[in-house]
Design a protein around this ligand. Structure first.
Ligand SMILES: Nc1nc2c(ncn2[C@@H]2O[C@H](COP(=O)(O)OP(=O)(O)OP(=O)(O)O)[C@@H](O)[C@H]2O)c(=O)[nH]1
Length: 372
């Protein structure tokens, strides 16, 4: 079999192994395949970039491989990920490396690959390691967006032949796709987080919605059962709200509900507390680790605070201002029990508060449960 001459710059192939040595084309295909794998498998952008530079220094005789990313507006380098056998003295990249500086900056400004065959003679070269003789920089561009620069450094002044440079050009294209994918994934994740957050918020009041409350109630019920801690629930209902809407209009009613939610949020201020809109003009406070007495105190405070807000209610039979009736329930959940037990108890208490004249707090014992 005819022996293959490695291209200048590629790893020297021992004569006895020459027949098995990969051609530059085969090696390029392997490198590109691995870069693709890194792009698809990396957990996040940093992991992707690290996988790629590691792959380059492992497979090619380069002293340093680094990827230098630009900020969103393309004015500064903001991050560098590098690998290599030589120590690279890296500048601090707190957005203080403008593209007006260095060979990497020149590569960005021209938008073209840049070959520096004699680093000492290049006015833009910023020495990262004194053993480096030559450097090749390639813009990393996906469609119209310039993401940064692929920077390869070699201790061999003659390393960067046209064939070798062509390999890095192809690798840079692959990296651009990988960065694009990773950034899309990051954006998608952020959008999903936002969506999850939005889907748990009540649009009118900005507090948690019923769905979020239901989830939290299940979770708190299970946790308090495990820890044998009490769980308290306050069911808060605005009095004569239909009459308020009828007399003052729905927009005013909406504003009163928002204000009511703000007051409730002031009192549900523990790390584990949750205030949510239960539905219509009913709000709930879910208070883990609060027994009946503690929850009753919060409820009484809340009732008084709402009255002090003095939101006018000209058509109420209770007071000239908006008032609330509150049903309180608290118990130490039993693992085999159901959170519905707590809701039913708070509901019964609320009914009693309404029947008792409104603008009141009621707290009957919960049947069949260990009251905290
Ligand atoms: N403005 C406004 N009104 C709402 C909203 N959700 C529910 N309501 C109104 O709240 C009122 C609740 O009326 P009812 O259930 O009869 O209770 P109430 O008039 O408050 O009487 P009591 O609870 O017995 O004191 C209804 O008129 C609903 O239209 C809302 O988001 N905005």
């Amino acid at each position: 079999m005819a022996s293959r001459d490695p291209k200048p710059g590629w790893p020297a192939v021992p004569a006895e192994n020459a027949g098995d040595a990969p051609t530059p084309a085969a090696m390029l295909a392997e490198i590109l395949a691995q870069v693709s794998r890194e792009a698809l498998q990396g957990e996040d952008l940093d992991a992707v970039l690290r996988g790629i530079v590691d792959c380059l220094v492992q497979r090619l005789p380069v002293a340093i491989a680094s990827i230098i990313l630009l900020n969103d507006v393309g004015t500064h380098f903001e991050r560098e990920v590098y690998a290599g056998e030589l120590l690279l003295v890296q500048p601090e990249l707190d957005n203080d490396w403008p593209v007006t500086l260095g060979a990497a900056g020149r590569c960005v400004r021209t938008g073209q690959p840049l070959l520096v065959t004699d680093v000492e003679g290049d006015p833009d070269y910023v020495a990262g390691n004194p053993s480096v003789r030559a450097e090749y920089l390639v813009p990393i561009r996906h469609r119209a967006r310039l993401h940064g620069v692929l920077n390869i450094e070699s201790t061999d002044a003659g390393f960067f032949t046209a064939d070798v440079c062509a390999v890095f050009d192809a690798v840079a294209d692959q990296i651009a796709g990988a960065i694009h994918l990773a950034r899309m994934a990051d954006q998608l994740e952020a959008a999903n987080r936002k969506l999850r957050q939005l889907s748990s918020i009540d649009g009118l009041t900005g507090i948690a919605n019923r769905r979020r409350f239901d989830e939290q109630l299940q979770a708190d019920w299970a946790r308090c059962a495990r820890e044998r801690q009490p769980l308290a629930l306050l069911l808060v209902d605005a009095d004569r709200f239909k009459a308020l809407n009828d007399a003052c209009g729905h927009l005013y009613g909406d504003e009163c509900l928002r204000q009511l939610a703000r007051v409730c949020a002031q009192l549900a201020d523990g790390e584990e507390d949750l205030v949510a809109r239960y539905g219509g003009e009913e709000l709930v406070l879910l208070l883990p680790r609060r027994d009946g007495a503690a929850a009753g105190l919060v409820a009484e405070q809340l009732r008084a605070l709402v009255e002090e807000e003095a939101m006018a209610h000209p058509s109420s039979t209770v007071a000239p201002v908006v008032t609330v009736s509150i049903g309180v329930a608290a118990l130490v959940p039993r693992p085999q029990g159901s959170p519905q037990q707590l809701i039913a108890a708070a509901d019964a208490a609320l009914y009693a508060a309404k029947a008792g004249g409104r603008n009141r707090v009621e707290h009957p014992p919960v049947a069949g449960a260990e009251d905290g």
